[in-house]
Design a protein around this ligand. Structure first.
Ligand code: E4P
Length: 218
């Protein structure tokens, strides 16, 4: 399973790269705003910087909702760096744009997926990734992981090459359950990846080993 970081924060991306486990990055307009990135030039330059840090796919989201504008924005984003994946919302114009981009060899991530039907449509249009939002479904009392399961099963029935990118992954159990279900990718905050490191018995065991080593060597 690939690990993507869901952030536009350069220091966090650098930290995950240094841990040696980062396969890519996803961003969205809210994450860019959180970093205080304003204006087209700053946005484009920030995407370039992310691409220089991580050796993997970097999803950059279009703002447009009309077909022609999505194409214009998406092509400009794709020209920035070979690792850019154009992130397109699950709307009718977005599906048409995904088809267009896939015929041009431009990678896409269909975002804001909340049903298996939406995922199927995006896969048929040739999306590289579909992003079901696990946490946001949980937030409204639905089962986000069940949606991941459904999409994984459907894609596997027909051998769709589209990868299931579990998004809105909020904590370690989410990530592990996505792994059990066979999601191709999870995207999450750095705290979730760092959370995989932790177990109290590891801390206790290490403290004992170090203390015993001191006794033997003092
Ligand atoms: C997906 O690519 C989105 O950027 C993201 O995972 C949304 O997560 P959130 O629901 O925690 O904002």
């Amino acid at each position: 399973m690939k690990f993507f970081l869901d952030t536009a924060n350069l220091a966090e991306i650098q930290e995950a790269v240094e841990l040696g486990v980062l396969d890519g990055v996803t961003t969205n307009p809210s994450l860019m705003a959180k970093e205080g990135i304003k204006g087209l030039d700053a946005v484009m330059s920030h995407y370039r910087q992310i691409c220089e840090i991580v050796d993997g796919d970097v999803s950059a989201e279009v703002i447009a909702t009309e077909f022609d504008e999505i194409i214009r924005e998406g092509e400009a984003l794709a020209e920035l760096h070979p690792n850019i994946v154009v992130k397109v919302p699950m709307i009718k114009a977005g599906v048409k744009a995904i088809k267009y981009f896939s015929e041009k060899g431009i990678k896409t991530n269909c975002t804001l997926i909340f049903s298996a039907g939406q995922a199927l449509l995006a896969a048929k249009a040739g999306a590289t990734y579909v992003s079901p939002f696990v946490g946001r479904l949980d937030d409204i009392g639905q089962d986000g992981l069940q949606l991941v399961q459904q999409i994984v099963d459907i894609f596997s029935n027909y051998g769709y090459p589209t990868q299931v990118l579990a998004a809105s992954v909020r904590h370690v159990p989410h990530l592990l359950q996505c792994a059990e279900l066979g999601a191709d990718v999870v995207t999450c905050p750095l705290s979730v990846i760092n959370g995989l490191l932790n177990h109290p018995l590891t801390d206790k065991g290490l403290a004992t080993f170090l203390a015993d080593h001191k006794k033997v060597n003092s």
